[in-house]
Design a protein around this ligand. Structure first.
Ligand code: ASP
Length: 287
């Protein structure tokens, strides 16, 4: 019997899937693996796009977005513009299990977190503050980089789960939310179709409900990488200007096959499968 599979976006996905693999090897569920893996990236202060150490908004406040989805039940939980929690994925999971609702934002998300035992934590590191100060003093105040940890898992019982977490676009407008916590855009999981998670410019990804689309392509029979490629192609065909931006997606099907694709070069993802880890740098082939 297999011990499970975990797939995660970007270079930081490597440490994340290792933690997910440890959770799966210990008999954890796909959702346990998603939370354990994403927390590793969130708690790494050197990562400036996720969790603790993430770049703040234009006011110098770190606002985070995170979500989870259970492929067995289609249960979901999400938070957006959450402040004062270093690992928002755990709050998103708690919203799924302990709230009457599925999506809490801003002040309400923070209040829910405190009610459920999450303390108020410092989320702005000295380095992130310094970058914000530089940005404030620069004549050309463009946003800074952004990435998301999107993590998908299949456990030994055959259940899929998906999660993602980001601090969003650096120096974003206060309250800005991208695709990541939006079910269907940033992530989707259904045991009967597969799981997917997106990363890249949220303002574009959410126009296509990219993760849902990838799951639907798998449900229709495409293998994971082909499903991701089909979603990227549709995006590029409908809005050619997206070619300038990164929009990428990873996918995992109910058989445990994993893949990923993007609108342009530069995307990478990590896979853990039965104790073996691999890392793939995606090369985009334009038709
Ligand atoms: N999708 C994220 C957002 O728009 C950022 C990223 O993954 O690059 O907030």
């Amino acid at each position: 019997m297999h011990r499970g599979v975990a797939v995660a976006t970007w270079k930081f996905g490597q440490a994340a899937v290792a933690a997910s693999g440890a959770a799966l090897s210990d008999g954890g569920s796909a959702m346990d693996a998603v939370e354990a893996g994403i927390r590793v990236a969130e708690l790494d202060a050197s990562e400036h796009s996720v969790g603790y150490g993430g770049l703040p908004n234009e006011d110098g406040v770190v606002q985070m977005d995170a979500a989870v989805m259970d492929g067995a039940t289609l249960d979901v939980g999400a938070v957006a513009s959450l402040e004062g929690v270093r690992a928002p994925i755990s709050v998103a999971r708690r919203v799924m299990t302990d709230s009457r609702h599925v999506f809490l934002v801003g002040e309400g998300a923070g209040r829910f977190a405190r009610k459920h035992g999450f303390g108020v934590e410092e989320t702005l590191t000295d380095e992130a503050r310094r970058k914000w100060q530089e940005w404030r003093g620069s004549p050309n105040r463009n946003g800074d980089g952004h990435d998301t940890i999107g993590l998908l898992s299949l456990d030994a019982d055959g259940n899929l789960a998906a999660g993602c977490s980001t601090s969003g676009v650096g120096f974003k407008e206060v309250g800005r939310v991208g695709d990541s916590p939006l079910i269907g855009s940033g992530l989707y999981a259904d045991n009967e179709g597969g799981a997917a998670a997106a990363t890249g410019l949220g303002e574009e990804i959410l126009k296509f409900c990219m993760s849902f689309q990838v799951v639907e392509f798998m449900r229709a029979g495409l293998p994971p990488t082909e499903a991701c490629r089909a979603a990227a192609s549709r995006m590029l065909a409908r809005r050619p200007e997206t070619a300038e931006h990164m929009a990428a997606v990873v996918a995992l099907d109910p058989q445990g096959r994993a893949g990923g694709y993007a609108t342009r070069d530069g995307f990478s993802y990590a896979v853990w499968r039965d104790g073996e880890a691999t890392y793939t740098e995606v090369t985009v082939v334009r038709a």
